[in-house]
Each structure stands twice: as structure tokens, then as C-alpha cells.
Design a protein around this ligand. Structure first.
Ligand code: PLP
Length: 407
């Protein structure tokens, strides 16, 4: 378990945590939206821009080769980190959103009218709208798994939705609103028993737990670097090789071709078949440093610290009069969505900001979940490894004050 001293040491790598907001020491609790970035990632970006920047895979010159090596070393690092079987299964995208769009568009091109895709009511819009676009294109039907009052998936209903028309199941590993950790391994196993491939949206799991794609046996796993202490604009699509090989390209352009004539084009081997255009090679290289950061602390240590903060804060929060927490599953990551009395989440968010506390307010890109909960939105506080118990106390104090004002 990380000590207070360890956390203070970790915080030294995040100068942004020393800034003020509204004249108060900032307490950054919007980690679910994006986490802050340690110096070693920022320094790597600066180092590349000042010493090594050159386009990848396109040159024989030294700089281009150095940059290509850095990008491919990062791919190998990520492969190892998520335990993918080969580097060909690690595709770089702009983020989780693009990775899901890629799968819905490319893998989905085999689906036909009347085929069914299973989603859940707790999905982020990134795992809803790409399937709706596909529905508009080819007439698939979306089936949606509900939740219980704790914010856990109705697994019985999930099982009951499978039938001979089911072609895909796509669900989050961890809910960005409720924090619920879904039993994804069991869900994958059940889907496979029905011959149905699975995509797991790991945007909210990858920052908080180790991911082993071979142990999960999922067909696709997607996540974003910027939520894992990494740079913005980088994401990963893990896909089983057998699917990626069968799938048509998602976008056309440079990098993804083998030979182009006006009559006919052949495509590059994996992973490049899905990486059209110049990638964000600087961000990709720097992402490897973010994983170094996680590995040096240890994901188990990160998870234990965040969990301790979650328990500590939730236990005290419930004493605020009129406070309701959305998402009380026993297996929950360090996200607290809440409302106080009849106050609007924006008012609460503004009053917290005035006290230096940065939380997210609104529907959190999960409007169908808000409809299910019958609320317009929530306030959401979420923790990362650099948050302290002192900050949790600061948040609780600010929340108590804001709640009293809005009473
Ligand atoms: N899925 C989940 C569960 C998320 O929480 C998010 C972002 O908050 C996304 C997908 C989209 O991620 P990105 O905006 O990095 O593509």
C-alpha cells in the first residue's frame, strides 16, 4: 500500500497539481474525463520534438528510423502490457471512440438487416452511436441490457438476449458514471458459448486495473492513453488477429497500402492496414512512458490507493443531507456520481469550482443511463493515484458548504 509520503513523491511529477483555481489550492477530481500527465511523458514529448521528430515508416534516414523504432517499441510495450499475442493485434487509433467506430464500421460490414448487437444501458455514447450509424446503414437491431438499483448489469437479462440473430456484444468493462466493474470475463465466456464475438470498452478500466486480453478472451478491447496518464489523441484497438485479418480497412491513405494503381489497391499487413495516414507517432512513443509510470508504481498499488480514497470519501459523503450516490455496486472503481437534494448538478459543480474543486457535471456522455436513472445529470468526482486523503477532506468540506448554500 502506498504511504502518504509515496503519494507526495508521486505528486512531484505533476506540477499542474500545484496550481490554484478560484484563488484556492486546486483539488483535481475529474480523472475519469482525463487524468493528468507526469513529467516523464511531457519530457519525452519535448525530447522528441527537440531532437528526433521525423515521419515514421517512410524514410531510410536516421531520424525516421529512430522515430519508427520508438513507435514500434511502444507498440511492443503495449502488447506486453495487455498480454496480446502479437504486435499485429495492437492498432493505434485516436482514442477509444475511434477504435469503436473502426470495429462497428469494419467488422460491422459483415452484418445484415435484422442481425442483433447487444449493448448495455450504462454505455458511453462512444459505444452507442457507432452502432446506431451501422443500424442506419444496414438495419441491425440494438438490444440493451438494463441495470439494477445498485448499478449492476442484469446478467440474467444479458443471457436472455442472445438468440440466433445475435452477431455481436459490446459493453464497457467499467462504467464511467456508476463506477461498476462488470463481470466481463464471464460475459465474454457466455457470449462465446453462443458463438458471439465481444468488444470491451476498456476506457475506464485501463487506468485502474491490469488488463489481460488473452485471459479475458475478448475479441476486441479498446482504450485511450489520456485517461492512463498518457498524451491526448492516442488510443488502442486490440483485436484478435483472425478478425483483424478478415476485416476490410477502415480508412484509406498512406501507410495502409501495399500497392496502389488506379485500377486496384492492395493493403498493408497488420497492424498498418488499419493505420491510414501519419499517426501521432510522438504521442504513441510518449504513451510508453505513461505505462512505465504505471508499472513503476504498480497497478495493484494504484488500485488499492484509489479504492481506499473511494471508501473513505463515500462513507463521509453520505452524511451530507440530501445526498444520493448513483452506483453502489460492491465491485466499483474510484468514481462517485451524486446529487444533493433537488439542486442542479451545474450549480453544485460551480460552487465546488469556486472552492478549487474540479469535478465533472452533466450527463457524462451517457444520456440513456441518465434516462434510466430518471435524472438530468450528476456531479462526478473521481480519483487517480496522485489524489490524497487531505484532498478528499477538502472536497468533503467544499461539498458540505455547497450543499448548505443550495439547501
Ligand atoms: N468509453 C468510456 C466508458 C468512456 O468513459 C469514454 C470517455 O470518457 C469513452 C468511451 C470515450 O473515450 P475517448 O473520448 O478518449 O475516445
Amino acid at each position: 500500500m502506498l504511504t502518504d509520503k509515496d503519494i507526495l513523491e508521486i505528486r512531484k511529477s505533476f506540477p499542474i497539481l500545484n496550481r490554484e483555481v478560484s484563488g484556492k489550492a486546486m483539488i483535481y477530481l475529474d480523472n475519469t474525463a482525463t487524468s493528468q500527465t507526469p513529467n516523464k511523458v511531457v519530457e519525452e514529448i519535448a525530447r522528441i520534438y527537440t531532437t528526433s521528430k521525423a515521419n515514421v515508416h517512410r524514410g531510410v534516414h536516421t531520424l525516421s528510423q529512430e522515430m519508427t523504432d520508438l513507435q514500434e517499441q511502444s507498440r511492443e510495450h503495449i502488447r506486453r502490457y495487455i498480454n496480446a499475442a502479437s504486435r499485429e493485434e495492437v492498432i493505434f487509433t485516436r482514442g477509444t471512440t475511434e477504435a469503436i467506430n473502426l470495429v462497428a464500421s469494419s467488422f460491422g460490414s459483415r452484418f445484415q438487416e435484422g442481425d442483433e448487437v447487444i449493448l448495455t444501458v450504462m454505455e458511453h455514447h462512444a459505444n452507442i452511436v457507432p452502432w446506431q450509424l451501422l443500424r442506419d446503414r444496414c438495419g441491425i437491431v440494438l438490444r440493451v441490457v438494463n441495470i439494477n438499483d445498485k448499478g449492476e448489469l442484469d446478467i440474467e437479462q444479458f443471457r436472455s438476449l442472445f438468440n440466433e440473430k445475435t452477431v455481436m456484444a459490446s459493453f464497457c468493462h467499467v462504467s464511467n458514471v456508476l463506477g461498476t466493474v462488470n463481470p466481463v470475463k464471464e460475459m465474454v465466456s457466455f457470449a462465446h458459448s453462443k458463438g458471439v464475438p465481444v468488444l470491451i470498452d476498456g476506457a475506464q478500466a485501463s487506468p485502474h486495473m491490469l488488463i489481460d486480453v488473452r485471459d479475458l478472451d475478448c475479441d476486441f478491447y479498446v482504450f485511450s492513453a489520456h485517461k492512463m496518464y498518457g498524451p491526448t489523441g492516442i488510443g488502442v484497438l486490440y483485436g484478435k488477429r483472425k478478425w483483424l485479418e478478415e476485416m476490410p480497412p477502415y480508412q484509406g491513405g498512406g501507410e495502409m497500402i501495399a500497392k496502389v494503381t488506379f485500377a486496384h489497391t492492395t493493403y498493408a499487413e497488420l497492424p498498418f492496414k488499419f493505420e491510414a495516414g501519419t499517426p501521432d507517432f510522438v504521442g504513441i512513443a510518449a504513451f510508453s512512458k505513461a505505462i512505465d509510470f504505471i508499472e513503476e508504481i504498480g497497478m495493484d498499488n494504484i488500485a488499492a490507493h484509489e479504492h481506499a480514497l473511494l471508501e473513505y470519501t463515500q462513507e463521509k459523503m453520505v452524511k451530507v443531507p440530501g445526498l444520493r450516490i448513483f452506483g453502489t455496486a460492491p465491485d466499483k472503481s474510484a468514481v462517485i456520481s451524486f446529487l444533493v437534494g433537488r439542486s442542479h448538478p451545474y450549480d453544485l459543480g460551480l460552487l465546488l469550482d469556486k472552492q478549487g474543486v474540479e469535478v465533472r457535471t452533466g450527463h457524462h456522455c451517457a444520456m440513456p443511463l441518465m434516462d434510466r436513472l430518471d435524472i438530468p445529470g450528476t456531479v462526478r468526482a473521481s480519483f487517480a493515484v496522485y489524489n490524497t486523503f487531505e484532498e478528499a477532506d477538502g472536497f468533503l468540506k467544499a461539498l458540505t458548504r455547497a450543499a448548505a448554500i443550495l439547501e
